[in-house]
Design a protein around this ligand. Structure first.
Ligand code: IPM
Ligand code: MG
Length: 368
């Protein structure tokens, strides 16, 4: 079997964690006898630098992604580009257009905390004796991020008005609900739908539609919660959550909360899935949940696990190489169990050994 992927390492720690992720990808492809051809293209600040600040998402990059089975993304952004016009800043000018262009409507963000890492979580450890394992399914191409009109206007009376519009079509809610129910079927078969149906019409339609879709998944236990309450319950009893589904804006906020309580952003991968291709697999973009971490970039100390687990998600959802994905997940687990830790999850506890980016990568490859 042969696959083609496009690599967009981007900025900050992106390139250095990507190096380790690609070594792991090469190792599993050899072990499980498949080929992945990959080529690197410019995105984010790196693309701005390479195009004289013209664009963070060159057409050449989009074309390369269009020809691929999946995109493996690092991270974009940093202080160097923060004062450029908002439309060409790395996040708004590259990440959001990529999601929209490729119709990546389903964002899967696992937020788990392994029992051996609960001490790294800010949640009181007696609340999570066995860690926790939540999957956030966030709608990614609709809602208030993309709804029109969107404007800032000076009114006749001299005051200034800003407008963002929250729009959801039933069809958009239905398709994300199906992804979420399917994900829940592969987990503990419990789905929590998060909305603000006591205030927003969008959420009224959201709730109705999720209930309708639930009829096709009778084994999944469905619950609903308002977003403010969900934010509270997540810190109060994270271990009681299984799969969560919500819209674009609420998902943005709750997934950061989930990442924080899991102890380290450096551990969490994510998948943004689009349409199902002819081979029955998703076209998708895979990236660490954390950002470009400019403060530690270039030092070789970033945790490469989120990027490596993003490779595993890519193998699972876009390339159909399930055995290879399982092997990576198991190897990562083994390395964590061995006590090897980058600075973000190192506490100095007995049995822990501090390691740098390359050492973690090498240990994972050795454990495959
Ligand atoms: C995320 C990020 C993006 C978002 C930003 C960078 C536009 O916060 O992926 O969660 O809001 O979706
Ligand atoms: Mg976010």
């Amino acid at each position: 079997m042969s696959h083609t992927i496009t690599i967009l390492s981007g900025d900050g720690i992106g390139p250095e964690v990507m190096v380790e992720a690609l070594k792991v990808l090469d190792a599993v492809s050899e072990k499980f006898s498949f080929k992945v051809s990959h080529s690197e293209h410019l995105v984010g600040g790196a693309a701005l630098d390479g195009t004289n600040n013209e664009t963070p998402l060159p057409q050449e990059t989009i074309t390369a992604c269009e020809k691929a089975d999946a995109i493996l993304f690092g991270s974009v952004g940093g202080p160097k580009w923060e004062n450029l016009p908002p439309d060409i800043q790395p996040e708004r000018g590259a990440l959001l257009p990529l999601r929209k262009h490729f119709g990546l409507f389903a964002n899967l963000r696992p937020g788990s905390c392994h029992p051996s890492l609960t001490h790294a979580s800010p949640v009181k450890n007696e609340l999570i004796p066995d860690g926790f394992d939540v999957l956030c399914v966030r709608e990614l191409t609709g809602g208030i991020y993309f709804g029109q009109p969107k404007s800032i206007t000076t009114l006749p009376d001299g005051d200034i008005e800003a407008i963002d519009t929250m729009v959801y079509r039933k069809s958009e809610i239905e398709r994300i609900a199906r992804v979420a129910f399917t994900a829940a079927m592969g987990r503990d078969k419990r789905l929590l739908s998060v909305d603000k149906a006591n205030v927003l019409q969008n959420s009224v339609l959201w709730r109705e539609t999720v209930i309708e879709v639930s009829k096709d998944f009778p084994e999944v236990e469905l619950e609903h919660m308002y977003v403010d309450n969900a934010a509270m319950q997540l810190v109060k009893r994270p271990a009681s959550f299984d799969t969560l589904v919500t819209g674009n804006l609420f998902g943005d906020i709750l997934s950061d909360e989930m990442a924080m309580i899991s102890g380290s952003l450096g551990m969490l991968p994510s998948a943004s899935l689009g349409k199902v291709k002819d081979d029955g697999l998703y076209f998708g973009m895979y990236e660490p949940s954390g950002g470009s971490a400019p403060d530690i970039a270039g030092q070789g100390i970033a945790n490469p696990i989120a990027q490596i687990l993003s490779v595993s998600m890519m193998l699972r959802y876009s390339l159909g190489e399930i055995a290879a994905a399982d092997a990576i997940d198991a190897a990562v687990q083994k390395v964590i169990d061995s006590g090897l830790r980058t600075g973000d999850i190192f506490t100095g506890a007995e049995g822990e050994t501090k390691a740098n980016t390359a050492e973690i990568g090498a240990a994972i490859i050795a454990s495959l």
